[in-house]
Design a protein around this ligand. Structure first.
Ligand SMILES: [Zn+2]
Length: 224
């Protein structure tokens, strides 16, 4: 019998009072999360579990914590470039006195629920799908300044002009024929060799190079 997680409080804590969830299976894009934190700030709290006197264990937000560790204490020396100029890093404010902290929602739960929360928090993000039109519209408000969105210019291009699907290719070019997949031989000949080829294959049943080549193969086998 497992109990649901119970919310206790929200606090700002030094990272050394937190520990990562042991065995977290997700491998996230930490530099991309750090980009987002610098641009957008820590808009979502870490979720950490309190167990007696042990350090708080981060159930959800382990990659946000890694990104903060990557940032490190003090001034990162990297102001944020926006389409309207530079502004301070949203994590440290480019302040040398900034201490390595994170906002944390502290919960209480049993081992089983702790594992479930860790698993579902990683899984639910990847299980979703996108409304591409809604996504394209949201990105269109970014005015070519994609910092802190997690999207690159290439992502946006793909969204605006996605490569054609197999169905669309079939509509345009027709269904593939079996011989579309046959090997192709390209050969370069002197004009004399070309004339000889045409002369030797003048009696071929067709006038295409393929017909002539098959006829020539027949001659070589002694069957034409
Ligand atoms: Zn910074």
């Amino acid at each position: 019998m497992t109990e649901p997680a119970r919310y206790l409080r929200t606090v700002v804590l030094p990272l050394d009072q937190l520990r990562h969830f042991p065995g977290n299976a997700k491998r996230g894009d930490v530099p991309a999360i750090l980009d987002s934190l610098r641009r957008n700030g820590q808009y979502r709290s870490l979720i950490a579990r309190q167990v007696d006197e042990e350090p708080l264990t981060v159930l959800a937000g382990n990659h946000t914590m890694m990104a903060l560790e990557l940032h490190g204490p003090g001034d990162c020396g990297q102001p944020v470039k926006t389409s309207r100029g530079e502004r301070p890093c949203a994590i440290c404010g480019n302040d040398q006195a900034w201490e390595l902290t994170a906002r944390v929602e502290v919960v209480e739960c049993d081992d089983d629920t702790a594992r479930r929360v860790n698993l579902v928090d990683n899984k639910s993000a990847e299980k979703g799908t996108y409304d591409r039109d809604a996504l394209a519209e949201l990105l269109s408000y970014m005015d070519d300044d994609l910092g802190g969105t997690g999207y690159s210019d290439a992502d946006v291009q793909l969204l605006i002009a996605p490569p054609p699907s197999l169905e669309e290719l079939a509509d345009t070019y027709g269904d593939p024929e079996a011989d579309d997949f046959w090997p192709v031989i390209r050969i370069r000949l002197s004009p004399e060799e070309r004339d000889e080829f045409l002369g030797l294959t003048a009696d071929a049943p067709g006038k295409e190079d393929t017909d002539r080549f098959r006829y020539l193969l027949g001659l070589a086998r002694g069957s034409a």
